[in-house]
Design a protein around this ligand. Structure first.
Ligand code: NAD
Ligand code: TYD
Length: 357
């Protein structure tokens, strides 16, 4: 389908001021400028309006600060904006924070998703067509042994952290709303993303920032845990594909075919920083690597089998981990004015709780 043949959409993007949501909003507004895009975001510690800079002046873009658990607000936005497509990113998303305080994860990820689904169920009666895309994670499948096959869409759920358990609960609700109410829900379970606008608490930005500040690089446990890394723009193109071509009621796994051990990833980042940054406080950056106490319940390995989205919908990633990491390091080097204000007192207090202060 060419853009000329396509009917314009009216999107509600929840969590659009966060890492993936803002990359998705930017991607969508660039690609489909005729669409209406409304971002609903509570601006928690992880949400940042600067992530949407450059979009807010567009006439068919609107930002609304609010909570996805607020049913009256969600009802009024769906009706007033005649939303036909929900792209649901809003969540508490950091495993370490879910260990310190799981309550917010249950509230936003489970109750918030339920609130959106209920609101969309009632609103859906007024539409000719619609879609509810529920953006989820591979962490719902639990942990793999070194030789296990990668997660497929039929792998049983076995979440091990309060974060992944809350995402699993929300996935089950999205699935149930299709089977019970024929709501056209689509679920994507994606591997670890990285790229621009990634909040400093996550592995890749944390390492980039600590290298630039000359601080220790905390690697949990023995550093042999494996993650399957996907460049965030590739995730956005997968979600675009699922919204346009996915079959309601289906789940699609999304991954980058880039399994890397944490310690190897950190060493790659050190090498890139040594090469690309002109004035580092400590060189070589690898000398900053420090093994620290492991995360409780730390999943050993994640890997995604993305055969279904490739064969049924024709999507595949386009950015290799080497290219994506280089772009990301470049971004953190040139956007110090973005990340420095995020190292707030609240962030320092969180950092001290997790890493010791
Ligand atoms: P993030 O933490 O960077 O952003 C979450 C956004 O949601 C923030 O802008 C925050 O303000 C907003 N938010 C939180 N609670 C809210 C509420 N109650 N109401 C409205 N807005 C609220 O997260 P992210 O990394 O961008 O992840 C987005 C989604 O993608 C999540 O659902 C996550 O589970 C999923 N996911 C993330 C990854 C990853 O590697 N980051 C991988 C796969 C799936
Ligand atoms: P993270 O970015 O928190 O993503 P997730 O836990 O959702 O996969 O962490 C990625 C991997 O890096 C994970 O195995 C935990 C590890 N890690 C560290 O070793 N040190 C750190 O400081 C952080 C934040 C993560």
């Amino acid at each position: 389908m060419t853009n000329e043949e396509r009917r314009p959409h009216r999107l509600l993007v929840t969590g659009g001021a966060g890492f993936i949501g803002s990359n998705f909003t930017r991607y969508w507004c660039d690609r489909y400028p005729e669409d209406r895009v409304v971002v609903l975001d509570a601006l928690t510690y992880a949400g940042n309006r600067d992530n949407l800079s450059g979009l807010e002046d567009r006439s068919n873009f609107r930002f609304v600060r609010g909570d996805i658990c607020d049913r009256a607000l969600v009802d009024s936005l769906l009706a007033e904006e005649q939303i036909d497509t929900v792209a649901h990113f809003a969540a508490e998303s950091h495993v370490d924070r879910s260990i310190l305080g799981p309550g917010a994860f249950i509230q936003t990820n489970v109750v918030g998703t339920f609130t959106l689904l209920e609101a969309f169920r009632h609103h859906y009666n007024t539409l000719e067509t619609g879609r509810f895309l529920h953006v989820s994670t591979d962490e719902v499948y639990g942990s793999l042994e070194p030789n296990d096959p990668a997660f497929s869409e039929t792998t049983p759920y076995a979440p091990n952290s309060p974060y992944s358990a809350s995402k699993a609960g929300s996935d089950h609700l999205a699935r149930a709303y299709y089977h019970t109410y024929q709501l056209p829900t689509l679920i994507t379970n994606c591997s670890n993303n990285y790229g621009a606008y990634h909040f400093p608490e996550k592995l890749i930005p944390l390492m980039c920032i600590n290298i630039l500040l000359g601080k220790p690089l905390p690697v949990y446990g023995d550093g042999q845990n494996v993650r399957d890394w996907l460049y965030v723009v590739d995730h956005c193109s997968a979600l675009d594909t699922v919204i346009h071509r996915g079959k309601p009621g289906e789940t699609y796994n999304v991954g980058g075919n880039n399994e890397v051990k944490n310690i190897d990833l950190v060493r790659m980042l050190c090498g890139l920083m040594d090469e690309m940054a002109s004035d580092l406080p400590v060189r070589p950056s690898e000398s900053l690597i420090t093994f620290v106490k492991d995360r409780p319940g730390h999943d050993r390995r994640y890997a995604i089998d993305a055969t279904k989205i490739k064969t049924e919908l024709g999507w595949q990633p386009s950015v290799t981990v080497e290219e994506g990491l280089r772009k990301t390091v470049e971004w953190y080097l040139t956007h110090q004015d973005w990340w420095k204000p995020l190292l707030s007192d609240e962030y320092q207090a969180y950092y001290a709780k997790v890493y010791g202060g």
